[in-house]
Design a protein around this ligand. Structure first.
Ligand SMILES: Cc1cc2nc3c(=O)[nH]c(=O)nc-3n(C[C@H](O)[C@H](O)[C@H](O)COP(=O)(O)OP(=O)(O)OC[C@H]3O[C@@H](n4cnc5c(N)ncnc54)[C@H](O)[C@@H]3O)c2cc1C
Length: 453
């Protein structure tokens, strides 16, 4: 077995923004000797900016800075990374039961009863969400009842108007990247509270989709990694631990490498943490937690045009449709608006099904969908690219791992609980903006500050 003969204070597993924030904080604030072990050949994890053959950059992973995302704002400011507003000028589109209407803001033009139904449901959800303590959702007064039903069931039981319920489901599918029958109401309420309420979660201007990064979010991960000891192409397969010592083993096809430290911060998505062998084994509850938290599924489909032609027609590029596969689209162009970039989301089971299609067929299906929304010109982009995250072996899905009914009350308390010298980070462990880049960053900072050296 080869490795690094020197001993480290801390080994960080995973160079997503959580792991990078942990390493930076340890180095900056505690002068610790840190190594970051990353399975992929790049840093950033679920943040990934790709450069296309015509030099257009596109964010295939996390892309938005939302309002009230103070940790992400601070890290962007630290590296002086420029931002710009998401393009929202003009009218949005709603395609509903074959009819195409234009509207401004977050609320589409629908029958009054449907709009009232959505508004009432949001009000109730926001009120209930505020009763869920962010650092301990399982202690909410109604935690057991709320964790025993799925969010989908709650919507069926409480939103009587069919159009209102469908619209809410579509919005929530985009927020959670998963069918609402799979996760609990308690988890949904925690997430809503963590993300500052339904209006902010769903909103562009003044919401979670408010601002973009000029050049793409990858710039942040790259800046954070600069100067750190990051070893890419180092997939961790085993963590052997005792009270004050850990041996972390990486296996690739050719050799096994070992690193030694006093502490380890594991900053990988729960289903991937579950594949690392821990010796001695993790306590039963902790092991159950990470084995029972599945990832959501989302894909991003991106078409690049010479210009954002929809803007000339007074359209923002944002569309909501009851017919898929991309139920929601955004104008994802850079700050200059040249070239024009249209991005459509695939969510949940539709993302999984689209991932099984041959590439050419998926492209054709998505472009047909864009053409239904924005006209025939949308069918012929100069470039098309997509990424289905559930097919990514080091993410297994996105935006994050979720809690099926029953799990949060049963094992949620173990999410951040250290096990011997092992500490946990990653967006799933965040209390504020859990599931988002902001939450990932704060989770890394928290883990770096909580461990004793
Ligand atoms: C399509 C998409 C759109 C999104 N949109 C937004 C958005 O607009 N705004 C927002 O705030 N958030 C968004 N998110 C969510 C956001 O990207 C994530 O919450 C955040 O990046 C998670 O960071 P992390 O460090 O916790 O995890 P990750 O980024 O998953 O990092 C974990 C790292 O661990 C590595 N790893 C895994 N297993 C091992 C192993 N065994 N050994 C070594 N390394 C390992 C992985 O390769 C990865 O690099 C989006 C995500 C996706 C995919």
């Amino acid at each position: 077995m080869s490795g690094d003969a020197s001993e480290f204070d801390v080994i960080v597993v995973g160079a997503g923004v959580a792991g990078l924030a942990a390493a930076r904080t340890l180095v900056d604030e505690r002068s610790a000797k840190v190594v970051v072990l990353e399975a992929r050949d790049r840093v950033g994890g679920r943040v990934f900016t790709d450069t296309l053959p015509d030099e257009t950059w596109v964010d295939l992973g996390g892309q938005w800075l939302g309002v009230e995302q103070h940790r992400l704002s601070a890290w962007l400011e630290r590296y002086k990374i420029p931002t710009y507003k998401t393009y929202t000028a003009g009218e949005n589109l709603l395609l509903w039961k074959g009819a195409r209407t234009r509207y401004r803001g977050t609320i589409p033009k629908l029958p009054l009863m449907a709009l009232l139904g959505v508004g009432w449901a949001q009000l109730r959800l926001d009120r209930m969400a505020k009763k869920v303590p962010l650092d301990a959702p399982w202690t909410a007064k109604d935690a057991r009842a709320w964790d025993s039903v799925s969010f989908g069931q709650w919507m069926r039981d409480n939103v009587g108007n069919d159009v209102a319920r469908r619209l809410l489901e579509l919005g929530m599918d985009t927020v959670f990247a998963e069918n609402a029958d799979r996760y609990s109401l308690l988890y949904a309420l925690f997430y809503i509270h963590s993300g500052k309420g339904t209006d902010i979660l769903l909103g562009s201007e003044g919401g979670a989709q408010d601002t973009r990064i000029d050049g793409g979010m990858q710039r942040l991960a790259t800046a954070m990694a600069n100067g750190l000891d990051v070893r890419t192409s180092h997939p961790v397969s085993r963590v052997r631990w005792e009270r004050d010592r850990v041996v972390v083993e990486c296996t690739d096809t050719s050799e096994r490498r070992a690193f030694v430290a006093r502490r380890v911060i594991v900053a990988t998505p729960p289903p991937l943490t579950n594949e690392i062998v821990f010796e001695p084994a993790l306590p039963q509850g902790r092991a159950a937690l990470q084995s029972e938290m599945p990832m959501g599924a989302a894909g991003k489909c991106i078409a690049v045009y010479d210009a954002p032609f929809w803007r000339d027609e007074g359209l923002s590029g944002q569309c909501v449709s009851d017919e898929g596969p991309c139920h929601v689209t955004f104008d994802s162009s850079g700050p200059s608006g040249r070239p024009g970039v249209l991005m459509g989301f695939l969510e949940g089971d539709e993302a999984r099904a689209m991932g099984k299609l041959p590439d050419a067929e998926r492209r054709e299906t998505v472009l047909r969908c864009f053409a239904r929304y924005f006209g025939e010109r949308a069918r012929s982009p100069r470039l098309y690219v997509d990424k289905l995250w559930e097919k990514d072996p080091w993410a297994r899905g996105c935006y994050g791992a979720f809690f099926p009914p029953g799990l949060l009350v049963k094992h949620g308390a173990l999410l951040r609980e250290p096990v011997g010298p092992i500490h946990w980070a990653g967006t799933e462990t965040a209390t504020v903006w859990s599931g988002y880049i902001d939450g990932a960053l704060s989770s890394g900072e928290r883990a770096a500050r909580e461990l004793s050296l």
